[in-house]
Design a protein around this ligand. Structure first.
Ligand code: SF4
Length: 235
């Protein structure tokens, strides 16, 4: 049980898991002060800011938007390479750091830092502890607990919970399994094929940067080639 005086920072992306987490916290911890923080990578789907604000309004909360110094493409242009699954600089620099900075600048004392991570998502995530002290942020009069309130939920439970509350899924779920950056370093060929059909300008944007830095976002080749329909049939 969390003391009602402890503020809860809700790491929010607008995706199904963070939407379910936001709802769960608001329903079960109505009295705790809440700060909904969204890290904008600069490579978000059009209109996501308005979408996220709308979801926060359901619970009478305001969205706090934080931005990194360098966005997704500025980082790729400066480094002359994209982030990759083995070097997830995008997650640390574009998502985690700006939220950590916001916590350092705004909160002292005990703080709960809630994230919508689920064990089912990957083996690495399953190894996480759902409630653990954050040794990086817990300094100088501040103790931060990282909390994963929906850690044990299945994908079906998340979706059923949102349906039960009448909370919509972002339209991107019509063609992709996750709401991430417009094209994520974890996108597979099937995802890229679906993006090409539904958001072709995102493919063109990555292709432009690939040409400029002479480095492809995916090791299997340039994005124009690997997003072609004929490649998708290999799945
Ligand atoms: S959504 Fe994908 S591309 Fe965007 S920051 Fe996260 S891991 Fe990187």
């Amino acid at each position: 049980m969390i003391n009602i005086s402890i503020p809860i920072v809700i790491n929010f992306s607008g995706g199904k898991d963070s939407s379910a987490m936001l709802a769960y916290i608001c329903e079960n911890y109505p009295l705790n002060p809440k700060h909904v923080v969204w890290a904008d990578t600069g490579w978000e789907h059009d209109g996501l800011d308005a979408w996220n604000k709308k979801l926060c309004r359901i619970w009478g909360l305001k969205l706090i938007t934080v931005k990194p110094k360098r966005d997704f493409f500025t980082m790729a242009l400066d480094r002359k390479m994209f982030a990759s699954p083995s070097c997830r600089q995008c997650t640390s620099a574009l998502k985690m750091s700006p939220i950590q900075k916001w916590i350092r600048n705004n909160l002292t004392g005990e703080v709960i830092n809630a994230m919508g991570i689920r064990a089912e998502e990957s083996k690495a995530r399953a190894l996480k502890s759902p409630y653990v002290i954050d040794s990086i942020l817990s300094k100088k009069g501040r103790t931060v607990w990282n909390w994963l309130p929906i850690f044990d939920w299945s994908k079906k439970e998340v979706r059923d919970y949102l349906v039960g509350l009448g909370i919509p899924l972002h339209p991107v779920y019509d063609y992709l399994p996750r709401l991430s950056c417009q094209i994520c370093i974890f996108s597979n060929r099937y995802n890229l094929w679906a993006i090409k059909k539904n958001n072709p300008m995102a493919i063109d944007r990555v292709a432009e940067v690939e040409d400029e830095i002479k480095f492809t976002m995916f090791p299997s080749g340039g994005i124009i080639r690997i997003s072609r329909d004929d490649n998708c049939s290999l799945f």
